[in-house]
Design a protein around this ligand. Sequence first.
Ligand code: AMP
Length: 449
Amino acid sequence: MESQNVKGTKDIFNKEAEMFEYVETVMKSIAATYGFKDMRPPLLEHSEVFSRAVGESSDVVRKEMYTFLDKGGRSLTLRPEFTAGIMRLIVQNKLYATEDLPIKAYYHGPVFRYERPQLGRYRQFNQFGVESVGVNSYFHDVEVILLGYITLLNLGFEGLKLKINTLGDDESRTNYKNALKAFFEDKIANMCEDCKQRYEINPLRILDCKVPADQEIVKSAPKMRDYLSKESQIRFNHVLQELEQSGIEYEVDDTLVRGLDYYSETVFEFHFVSDKGVNYGAIGAGGHYDKLVKEMGGPSLEGVGFSFGIERVVSVMQDNNLFEGILSDQSLDAYIIPMDPLYNTNALDVALALRANGYRVEVPYDGGKVASLIKKANRKGARIAIFIGEEEIRSDSLSIKDLKFNKQENIALGDLLTYVDEIFNEHECQCKNEEDKGEQCCCKQKDKE
Ligand code: AMP
């Protein structure tokens, strides 16, 4: 049996799982302040959802999709991104007719791309993103960019770089593609096989080429800005002005065309370079689109969205100590030790009573020496150990040891919650003056206010 994980996938567990949870919680809560709501399309879609939306000329569709025939002979694909599935969901459920526009969705979960695995590049990775669908005003582009930017700032990213460009409207892109075709006409024979295909299907994609020799040629290719329609130029200027107004620094990057075919007008990427000069590349990206909903069989609605790669966000945060002091304490509160398997049922009862009141509790039902069980309780960070033995059962009581102060007391079973609550809500006196300490101390009074 193969016991290794599949190449390009990653096990996420223990502390790292807490990090993912933290990052996703922050992202969700900030997206909610912009009015975005949870949307969960399935992981599997009919392959044509992606080939139609993401585009036949994109690398994702041409080379990277996990596509297979199911037992009924249908061609299905594990989602390589979320936007197409969200559009399919909106159209199929006619949300554009039943919901107020714009429809604002956030999503998160795994996506799959058959890429060459390397640092920060996986075949299964997680994305968190948003889509705002049914929008006309360029302010929606601005809001979505602000949301992404502010989310990363909240996570502690200092040194964030927003790269932005415009792909213009249909007219601008047609003119630009023609200019690219003319430019590459006498060069394409010497370029890579992929570029030859890109030249035929969509010359814009040549600008994404990673082959160094081709990248050199691309450097002197015509620039989108020289082919923008007046309307697109004005729209882009407005977006930039609003970003400046909001105090967001940006860099207009002519070469930014995004690898997915559905974008029009504004496109952007969030890049990060650490204090130490490590360049982590794009940790999130997105843009505006105008044909996706129609492509899925719906009305002609525009939209804008972006997605973060959560693995990249987490790894930047790990490398730059951005998790320090912010992960919630997951340690145990109580460890209940039955002194004999006979008392396992009693231990379970006590555990349930404490858990019902929000305490984190475990019981070592498989037994062991008391000394080693106490060590285990300490390793798990438990504040108290509760012993249940013959004497406790006979007298309807429990022996509770405060592991922090190494103090043990026997209490009546009926006093369990009051006693435990007191330990956990204990007041740690901050008073400088010894005489102030005790019941009437000033900081205790402050706590009550
Ligand atoms: P995209 O859907 O291609 O616009 O990618 C959005 C974000 O997902 C990128 O900015 C990356 O942070 C992340 N990402 C894309 N591809 C990968 C990958 N193969 N492995 C890990 N993260 C990725």
